[in-house]
Design a protein around this ligand. Sequence first.
Ligand code: HEM
Length: 416
Amino acid sequence: MTLATGIDLVDIAFWDRPPGERLADFARLRERGAPVFFAEPRVPLVRSGKGFYALVRHADVVEASRNAKVFSSEPAATSPEPPPWLAKVFGTPMVNMDDPAHARLRRIVFRAFTPKMLARIEDDIRATAARIVDDVIKDGPGDFVEQVAARLPIHVICSMMGIPEEKRPYVLSRIDAMTEYSGVRGSLASPRTMRLLAGNLKAIVDLHRLVARLGEARRQNPTDDLVSALVNANPDGERLSVKELGSFFDLLLVAGNETTRNALAHGLKLFTDHPDQRDLLLAEYDERISTAAEELVRYVSPIIQFRRTLTTDYELNGHALRAGDKVVLFYLAANRDPEVFTDPDAFDITRSPNPHVGFGGPGPHLCLGANLARMELRIMLRELFDRLPGLRASGEPEYLLSSFDNGITRLPYTWG
Ligand code: HEM
């Protein structure tokens, strides 16, 4: 805890408090101006113990994202930083790399996200969204997360990667193990954290094995799917090794699954709580869905934070940071900065411009899947509201206890 503020972003109890209280504390941190330091105890395997400065102002998050030479993503952008042996065993995901290694990977995997590739999977996303709503109508309302929000993103990533249908329940069970750990990983080591860490590692091994087999098969016999494109050379002769393919798949699952799932679940809650915004959207869906999706991502900030390590001494916002210092970029706080957003706590689907940092700040690590996420939100919300016009949350959400994913684990809903 910092004595000056009485706020403790390191204590998992902070993340268990109601979202409104947390935002009020972030507003207090923002008003202080200079970044506030939070000490972290060292916990073997789980936490480095170096502590970090919290960046909560929009300008600071943008500056750190943009200046990647000073604000490095190595050794890790995730908190807590994984121990070095983990990267040796599983490879390093691109989100934890700097250029030129990062730029090389980004050039190779960019092929997954070109407009041509996205156009190719658009029909597939539409068909999946329709199937989800068919099932919902057949089964009746229950939990929106399980029946709707969790289903679309994982299906999209699996079909991008060419994971066969029959393997998908297995992939889902592995992801659940990873999500459970991601919820507690910010907390101090306890028998439960360590058990979930072991489950998380096993899940990563299982998923790597699955895609490694797929990668080997596509290297022998290329088809027109993404894995074939990634493991066989691009025009510059670059390709992913099987280990890199495994880390890329992990990253897609972590980056593209829970994020979009949480944006959808929060979206239903927000459109229920703000019927005026919902009516506005539905009156002119095609015209308003683009700004609505951006506002959703700003307001929710599905990813709460990523971390950087300073490569050199640097003055940020009047504060002297030293080489080796850690900073954590709190997108959630930057997205409510009144210096940038008028009436930042209002959910306004017509907000424009909307320079939010929900997909990360401008810079080399800006979310690769942003256009895919926008497409998923546009298609899924349309399918839902077209076919279930009375759709709304019918109770309070249950939130994931996490300092990383702004997650909803359960959301009762109805459309009657
Ligand atoms: C609403 C949904 C999403 C949100 C809020 C989100 C957020 C983010 C953020 C904040 C970063 C920046 C990381 C950094 O600066 O260190 C990021 C990076 C990334 N995202 Fe997303 N994301 C979303 C959806 C997706 C989807 C659907 C995919 C792919 C299927 C994806 C793939 C990636 C990848 C690969 C990176 C790493 C880029 C790099 O390091 O160069 N994301 N995302």
